[in-house]
Ligand binder design. Structure first.
Ligand code: GLA
Ligand code: ZN
Length: 685
């Protein structure tokens, strides 16, 4: 196993503008088209192009034969037009000759079949040959361009995410396990192999968990370790190139772009290797704004609140949804400002010019096949270019100072959804989003961070379905409450250890003392079933009111906690479902079910008041407010996430709308999808 070295550490290079532009594939176009594009890019205020993401075959037509001259010319042309570049190593799509000559670079799928050449992102991250050739072409990039004046960012590969089950992966997995657990006895203990008599007598008896041995997910502990192993292998694969790039010029930050389907790789591990987080933001047209906002906050949390980059989004419809809805007028702009509001320093698109053929010919682009600047989308983009020029570096690198956090853990995500039972509908991201929604609708900034993050700056911490308590987490949560914090826990909390072995005793395990309860059983409801939550008369939360709940219902007993709401139906009607408990100088709330959004809204509204958390402005539902604080002071983003006018009250202070220099105060009506970017301002005259 190679020694793990980490590249990361360097924050983003100081830039004085929001990076604005995106993926450009000039190898698909002739000179006249490229010239036409340059003119339009200048017109739209584009300042960054990412290239040449998929051009390995064109740059290395045969092993060790490099033909970079065409790229030299294009890069020079881009720079002559005053545009910077984010240079991507093209290693996500290896050339056909490489797969043909060395079939071991192709991955083996979960059914045990070696894939054939064709698709992109179709290589084994552990293939020594793949790594050798990837490193070699990365070195060509570094030698040629590491000091090019246009270069501001390195972008390694594209959307990592292949899980391979080949013999090379299997061999490395065995080594990885030996390094992690030291001995076979320890591995047997961690995997609890005495269940179903799966005891291992040699590391050579370990197989990758694929369909040949694992039809029923016989042991989630094996799957879980395989996902960790794939993440570590992918991080090594990133480092394989990143270290070469750094060697030639340590000043240029190195990133990669993360697919919106973020589950497959532990991004808390992956991004520790990167200088900044790069996020490809592709919400479905039907995702509610809070769901999109949540993903942005997950991104901001990955590097301790450091600003991140939106590396891709679609400037119009996508092509891979079942129904590819056009982005409505104002929607591209609204989504862009949502990213900036949540901590992004860029607004980059896939793609700058629409392809003529292939998989993505119907995917939106800044420049369509007409090649003209008179389209609805181009005009919207060009308007943003003007606004971004005006905004300059106002909020770049500025942070969000949230006093509340939601803990989010990839290991927990995997383990929860690998588990057979208690419900097949386990959906961690959905549960987290349900809790997140309460913060979003009340415009309370919240960080979404790893359970190992420093909690000392937070007043309120929520741990939705924190089923897996990895070492040290419970102690830190107990300490957080003892020192005065408010903790909210939910059903499916504190059940398993880092190897998915259930803790002996009662639940939520070591957190019981903070919550002052004990869970005895958990009922699973079908989607069409529900229970009701009735709140005690006179309770601070929902006094006398009834809400719906469902999915899972804990049957819990009080051990010092005060009940706040009770089940209203079934044989456990009258048992407590939501509780409050004083512990040390703090308080811990337990929600033993999945309540409806109304309950969570009322519940959190009360907690926010209790913890002294309030929004910057009060506003009608549908208005999203986010603040970033940096060298230039405060910037407050006000977004109307709806299509209709909505009101926001800016209070008695004066604010300058940086988009048009208007001074605003008091109640304002914001048209549908409109945006304000506010800084504290003086009175007009
Ligand atoms: C991904 C890829 C891009 C492109 C877009 C299309 O994010 O990185 O190359 O395929 O999807 O939505
Ligand atoms: Zn492999």
């Amino acid at each position: 196993m190679e020694k793990k070295k980490k590249t990361a550490g360097r924050p983003l290079k100081a830039a004085d503008r929001i990076w604005f532009g995106g993926d450009y594939n000039p190898d698909q176009w002739d000179d006249a088209t490229i010239d036409q594009d340059m003119k339009l890019f200048r017109e739209a205020g584009i300042n960054l192009l990412t290239l040449p993401v998929f051009s390995w075959a064109k740059l290395e037509p045969d092993e060790g034969v490099y033909t970079f001259e065409w790229l030299d010319r294009i890069i020079d042309k881009i720079w002559q037009n005053g545009i910077h570049i984010c240079l991507a190593t093209p290693t996500s799509a290896q050339p056909a000759w490489l797969s043909a000559r060395y079939p071991e670079v192709l991955p083996v799928d979960i059914a045990g079949r070696r894939r054939t050449h064709g698709m992109r992102v179709m290589y084994c991250v552990n293939s020594a040959k793949y790594r050798e050739r990837a490193r070699a072409i990365a070195e060509q990039f570094a030698m040629r361009y590491a000091h090019h004046p246009a270069l501001v960012l390195w972008h390694v590969s594209n959307e990592y995410g292949t899980t391979c089950y080949c013999p090379a992966c299997q061999a490395k997995f065995r080594v990885w396990l030996r390094e992690r657990y030291g001995s076979l006895e320890e591995l047997n203990r961690r995997w609890f192999t005495s269940f179903w008599g799966r005891t291992l007598t040699s590391f050579d008896e370990v197989f990758v968990p694929n369909e040949l041995n694992d039809d029923y997910r016989f042991n989630p502990a094996v799957q879980l370790d395989y996902m960790r192993f794939v993440t570590d292998s992918t991080a090594e694969c990133f480092e394989n190139e990143a270290q070469v790039l750094k060697r030639y010029n340590p000043e240029i930050p190195v990133i990669t772009n993360m697919s919106g389907y973020i589950k497959k790789l532990d991004q808390q591990v992956m991004t520790a290797h990167q200088d900044a987080v790069g996020f490809d933001n592709y919400p479905s047209p039907w995702d509610p704004p809070y769901f999109v906002a949540m993903k942005h906050d997950i991104m901001r949390g990955l590097k301790n609140g450091q600003s991140y980059l939106v590396t891709e989004q679609s400037p119009n419809q996508q092509n891979w949804q079942p129904y590819n809805r056009l982005k409505r007028p104002g929607e591209v702009r609204l989504l862009a400002y949502q990213g900036l509001a949540h901590g992004s320093d860029s607004c980059l698109y896939f793609q700058m010019r629409q392809s003529v053929a292939g998989q993505e010919k119907f995917h939106g682009a800044v420049i369509g096949r007409s090649g003209k600047g008179d389209t609805r989308i181009f005009r919207e983009i060009a308007q943003m270019g003007k606004e971004f020029n005006r905004l300059g570096d106002q909020f770049l690198r500025a942070e969000t100072h949230a006093k509340a956090a939601i803990l989010f853990d990839w290991n927990n995500w995997w383990a929860l959804e690998l588990a057979s039972g208690p419900s097949r509908d386990m959906d961690y991201l959905k549960t987290v989003s349900l809790y997140y929604h309460a913060f979003h609708r009340h415009n309370i900034d919240v960080d979404i961070v790893s359970p190992s993050a420093d909690l000392s700056g937070y007043f309120l911490v929520t741990i939705p379905e924190l089923y897996m308590l990895r070492p040290g987490i419970a102690d830190r949560l107990l300490q957080f409450v003892r020192e005065g914090g408010t903790l909210v826990g939910t059903v499916m909390t504190g059940i398993a250890d880092e190897n998915d072995r259930c803790l002996f005793g009662e639940y939520p395990g070591p957190l019981r003392e903070a919550f002052g309860i004990r869970v005895e059983e958990t009922d699973a409801l079908r989607p069409e079933e529900n229970n009701v939550l009735t709140c005690a008369e006179g309770a601070e939360i929902g006094s006398g009111k009834t809400y719906r709940c469902g999915f899972l219902c804990d049957l819990l007993h009080l051990e010092g906690a005060k009940p706040l709401a009770f089940y209203g139906k079934d044989f456990y009607a009258g048992m407590p479902a939501v509780t409050e408990h004083y512990y040390g100088k703090g308080k811990a709330y337990y929600i033993g079910t999945q309540p409806d959004e109304e309950f969570l809204s009322d519940f959190y509204e009360n907690l926010f008041a209790d913890c002294g958390l309030s929004p910057v402005f009060s506003a009608e539902e549908g208005i999203e407010i986010r603040e970033r604080d940096g060298e230039k002071g405060r910037t407050v983003f006000v977004l109307n996430d709806t299509e209709e006018p909505r009101r926001v009250d800016l209070g008695s202070c004066h604010w300058r709308n940086l988009l048009n220099d208007e001074i605003l105060t008091g109640a304002q009506e914001l048209p549908g999808r409109e945006v304000l970017v506010l800084a504290p301002g003086e009175k007009a005259e």
